[in-house]
Design a protein around this ligand. Structure first.
Ligand code: CIZ
Length: 322
């Protein structure tokens, strides 16, 4: 990991960020997959929904969301009276892009009785077309709660939908999207990692492919994995099957345990776009403001609220596939 404590430019930028944050009455959020130096400067680090919910409760006037577009939108949906800034305009999400509102409307026409369950990794417009949202932490619980007589259309992540269907023992109509970073994690990579670090527990995100998930000792969202590793004894080592950014927080919070990324390919280029200068510029120039049109916002919020009614707070409960 890069040490920035002796980097004069980085220290200057950190000073400017601290000053501007105060002036703007801002809160800085960093997703668990952001670069280490961005996670370290943030007021809160976490998954997309928990960050948006935390920010909504703070008195801050400005939310700087170090993450990708759909995360900024989620914050704007939950905090309409605050200005939400995304430091990097181009930071998108390939998984979210698999579903558009238009394609979803077409799918709904073909499946008129279906309950549309949409993963929070989706645009505000897609959420607005949905009946209920879910996160990777509560997808199984949400699917289980839906009337068994109604078909379910799960959007946009095939792998998470497949996992939820298997765990909840339900048939689900699956979308054809995936996270290209998680989808790269192969069974071969896991076999190699187990050879390299014998005795390590394999923990994985449910956005990984079904055959890869079969090899996991524990499956969970980023927050679920963070909670799980804390419960394991000192000295345990883990092979972590998710975006490499999560290992920074894992290592920080669990100094007596060892974490190995399951594959060198587990890097999301979009998540790695944010730099200290981007955060400074974002606060200085008040850019890039995330706008969600009011009618879209209200319908998207209804889908998020429907999820929160079922689950209250997001649960971090997940198991192995077997
Ligand atoms: O929704 C999120 O924050 C993502 C991308 C994954 C997770 O499991 O936290």
């Amino acid at each position: 990991m890069k040490d920035i404590s002796n980097d004069a430019l980085a220290q200057e930028l950190l000073g400017q960020i601290a000053r501007l944050k105060k002036e703007r009455e801002a809160v800085i959020l960093a997703h668990n997959y952001q670069p280490p130096e961005i996670q370290d400067l943030a007021d809160f680090t976490g998954d997309s929904l928990e960050l948006s919910r935390m920010a909504a409760k703070t008195p801050a006037k400005v939310i700087v969301f170090c993450g990708v577009q759909f995360m900024g939108e989620t914050a704007a949906i939950l905090s309409p009276d605050k200005t939400v800034l995304l430091p990097v305009l181009e930071a998108g999400c390939t998984l979210a892009d698999y579903a558009t509102a238009e394609r979803l409307r077409e799918a709904k026409e073909k499946n008129p009785d279906a309950v549309v369950v949409t993963y929070v990794n989706s645009s505000a417009e897609v959420k607005a077309e949905s009946d209920i949202c879910c996160t990777s932490a509560n997808a199984v619980q949400i699917v289980q709660a839906i009337d068994r007589n109604r078909p379910i259309l799960f959007v946009p992540d095939y792998n998470l939908g497949h996992y939820a269907a298997k765990m909840a023992q339900r048939e689900i109509i699956l979308w054809d999207g995936c996270c290209p970073t998680h989808a790269l994690l192969s069974t071969f990579a896991i076999a190699e990692a187990r050879k390299k670090w014998p005795g390590a527990q394999v923990i994985m995100h449910p956005e990984c492919k079904p055959e890869t998930l079969e090899l996991a000792d524990f499956i969970g969202s980023t927050s679920g994995m963070l909670s799980y590793v804390k419960t394991q004894p000192a000295g345990t080592s883990f092979i972590v099957g998710t975006e490499v950014g999560l290992l920074h927080r894992m290592q920080k919070e669990n100094p007596g345990k060892t974490f190995h990324v399951a594959s060198d390919y587990l890097i999301c280029p979009m998540m790695k776009m944010t730099t200290l200068k981007d955060v400074k510029d974002s606060l200085e120039k008040m850019r890039y403001a995330v706008k969600v049109e009011a009618s879209v916002r209200l319908r998207a919020k209804a889908a998020v609220d429907a999820m929160l009614q079922y689950t209250g707070t997001v649960v971090h409960k997940s198991q192995k596939m077997k």
